[in-house]
Design a protein around this ligand. Sequence first.
Ligand SMILES: Cc1cc2nc3c(=O)[nH]c(=O)nc-3n(C[C@H](O)[C@H](O)[C@H](O)COP(=O)(O)OP(=O)(O)OC[C@H]3O[C@@H](n4cnc5c(N)ncnc54)[C@H](O)[C@@H]3O)c2cc1C
Length: 374
Amino acid sequence: MKKLILIGGGHAHVEVLRQFGLQPPADVEITLVSPDRHTPYSGMLPGLIAGHYTFEQCHIDLQPLAAAAGARHLPANAQALNATQRVVTLSDGSKLDYDVASINVGSTPVVQGVEGAAQHAIMVKPVAGFLTHWATLIERVRAGSVTSIVVVGGGAAGVEMLLAMQHYFAKQTPRQSVEYGLVTDAPQLLAQHTSGVRAVLTRNLARKRVAVHCGLRVSRVEAQALIAMNAANIEQRIKGDAIVWVTGAAPPAWLSHCDLNLNDKKFININNNLQSTSHSAVFAVGDCATIAGAAYPKSGVYAVRQGPILSHNLRAALSGTVLQMYTPQPRALALISTGERHAIASWGPLALHGNWVWRWKDSIDRAFMARYCG
Ligand SMILES: Cc1cc2nc3c(=O)[nH]c(=O)nc-3n(C[C@H](O)[C@H](O)[C@H](O)COP(=O)(O)OP(=O)(O)OC[C@H]3O[C@@H](n4cnc5c(N)ncnc54)[C@H](O)[C@@H]3O)c2cc1C
């Protein structure tokens, strides 16, 4: 009996579990290591915060998926991996040996040693932790103890989360006045998108009176403010009773303690077969891994596309047959929600927006969830 360990319940692993459920591999003991029973679908997270979706609508229950695939679910975090000895150490101290391991543990927001950020800011990931803070934030706004919210991060996720929170509070606590700010060290918002997308969003943010601060690098976070420097090294203090951290993707810290080959940013180096470049019995996908030499963003759509190839390759690695190649798509459609049931589509040079784009995004997201929650 061969042993397969799936570390993390990310977008690719849910597809592996689904496919193994349809056709379980013979003579393989499968273990899924994931701290939570419900794994979030981040594309719908802004919709959950805005109040458009329930928790269940945007979380995949791993337990039935694992059960159908004949896998046991261990509710723990992996915290070390010795790929030379083929042993994974879990947060409860237990050790698991394997023949093949696959890592799909996502990423965390970039903090880069900003003083006070870990203590005072609310991190968007892990999502389970964020949702606990969100419940507290709702109470604090209701009680009037939060009158300003600042999001750090000027990518699509940061803008979506800010507008989603604003939409929620405008509907649910209309008598409480809250000011909103967005801070990014980039010279402009949504650096990865075209000027057309930026123009639509900038108008949207201006109409909703969001104070946008570009080109400001946060150096310190305090209990009710952040301190940031502009390009001329002049310090600014921005008030924020709640500071929400939605910066780009950084690798989970524990990967640095593994003996896997990592790139300069400490993501796992993989080849086009989705295998570690140093240890062929380890596969890694999604945000936590990067194909050496390929440039593509840390975005869920890539993890989703890797799922079917990973599923094939894990079977192949266990049975000694031929692996498939994965090539990242040159561009991906981004559907960026703006709080209310309205969204912007960004596809290469195209920028389209309207309530119909939100309905389109909603149907894509619901179809994705239906695959795993049937
Ligand atoms: C607000 C927001 C909105 C976004 N919207 C979009 C979007 O619309 N489209 C898009 O393409 N991307 C979007 N993204 C980016 C997207 O979240 C990531 O690119 C995507 O989640 C990466 O998927 P993944 O499969 O690598 O990992 P994740 O989906 O992050 O899954 C990782 C899993 O691993 C588990 N895990 C973590 N650490 C461990 C550990 N040590 N041991 C075991 N298990 C562990 C976690 O609990 C989780 O279940 C958004 C991000 C944010 C923050």
